[in-house]
Design a protein around this ligand. Structure first.
Ligand SMILES: *[C@@H]1O[C@H](CO)[C@@H](O)[C@H](O)[C@H]1NC(C)=O
Ligand SMILES: *[C@@H]1O[C@H](CO)[C@@H](O)[C@H](O)[C@H]1NC(C)=O
Length: 294
């Protein structure tokens, strides 16, 4: 045996014994998971409380607290993921239920990214967009009064508000809330796609789809398109009913003629590719952006 091959076998042995040191002991794994689960619950609850506080009272302090709670949870998930990988060969546990729990806990999404600057930016973009959308106000077309979102919604639903005022409120609302976040949203999508690749997903849309646990070889987008097309007859009836009811109230001039019922999903959505995701992609282009050249 040459020196080199001796060294190689030593290294191999060391590697094997190292790999062998990962436990598949169900008792140990159960104990670890209970501990993890207890700590996780506490941090998750902090996120929920901080998020409630900042959603019901939007100010910088609450926003910061929510961001901090989210980052803390994210860091916890990452460190626990590293710990479980080190301690357990969890993919080979002899208890299916426990194995599934580990698999779920191992799927930590964008928390897998160790770059703190990226994590902070990702959280910041999210809270900036929420703040802009929630605090935008629009001018009432008649009175000039500034109107917050909650009142826009009630005015839109009110039978006493004219169609012209509703139209103006709606388009002003879009200008005040949608336009300013457009660029942020694009950055958010790019960052989400970039981050989720580290977790092994082609893009963020694929990650979202994974929550529905598509079966091996199943095309989730196809399943959704079939579901939609199955519901289409009902949709047409509802569409007709609502249109009829609205016609009792509003002038005929605002209704498009002739009535065009959608023949396919793509017609409904004005998209061209014929699946539910094509529309989502067009508006929120998670996967398109992931493949666009940098
Ligand atoms: C599993 O771990 C427990 C607790 O450490 C220990 O008592 C038990 O003997 C282990 N079982 C096996 C099969 O190694
Ligand atoms: C498998 O693990 C689950 C969760 O820890 C536990 O409730 C169940 O009793 C275990 N089943 C067996 C057969 O050990």
């Amino acid at each position: 045996m040459t020196r080199r091959s001796l060294l190689l076998s030593c290294l191999l042995l060391a590697a094997v014994s190292l790999a062998g040191s990962k436990s598949t002991n169900v008792t140990e794994a159960t104990l670890w998971f209970e501990q993890f689960s207890g700590e996780h619950r506490i941090l998750l609850n902090k996120v929920v409380e901080a998020s409630w506080a900042s959603n019901t009272d939007i100010n910088q302090e609450n926003e910061k607290a929510e961001l901090a709670a989210r980052l803390q949870l994210s860091q916890f998930m990452l460190s626990k993921r590293q710990e479980m990988d080190k301690l357990f060969d969890w993919a080979h546990l002899g208890n299916e239920r426990l194995k599934r729990m580990f698999t779920k806990a191992a799927d930590i999404g964008t928390s897998i990214v160790t770059d703190e600057a990226k994590q902070t930016r990702f959280g910041q973009l999210r809270s900036d967009m929420i703040r802009i959308q929630s605090t935008a106000t629009v001018e009432h077309p008649d009175t000039g009064e500034p109107i917050p979102l909650s009142r826009v919604v009630s005015l839109m639903a009110s039978p006493d508000v004219s169609e012209a005022v509703k139209k103006a409120l709606w388009s002003r609302w879009r200008d005040a809330s949608g336009r300013p976040v457009k660029q942020m949203y694009e950055e958010y999508v790019d960052l989400a796609n970039e981050m989720i690749k580290e977790a092994g997903y082609a893009n963020f849309a694929k990650y979202w789809q994974s929550w529905y646990e598509p079966k091996e070889g199943q095309d989730f987008e196809q399943v959704m398109a079939e579901l939609f097309n199955g519901l289409l007859p009902l949709y047409k009836e509802l569409h007709g009913y609502v249109r009829h009811a609205l016609m009792q109230k509003y002038p005929a001039s605002i209704f498009r003629r002739p009535v065009t019922f959608p023949d396919t999903f793509s017609d409904t959505c004005g998209a061209d590719a014929g699946t539910i995701w094509s529309r989502l992609r067009n508006r929120f282009p998670m996967s398109r952006r992931s493949t666009s050249p940098k």
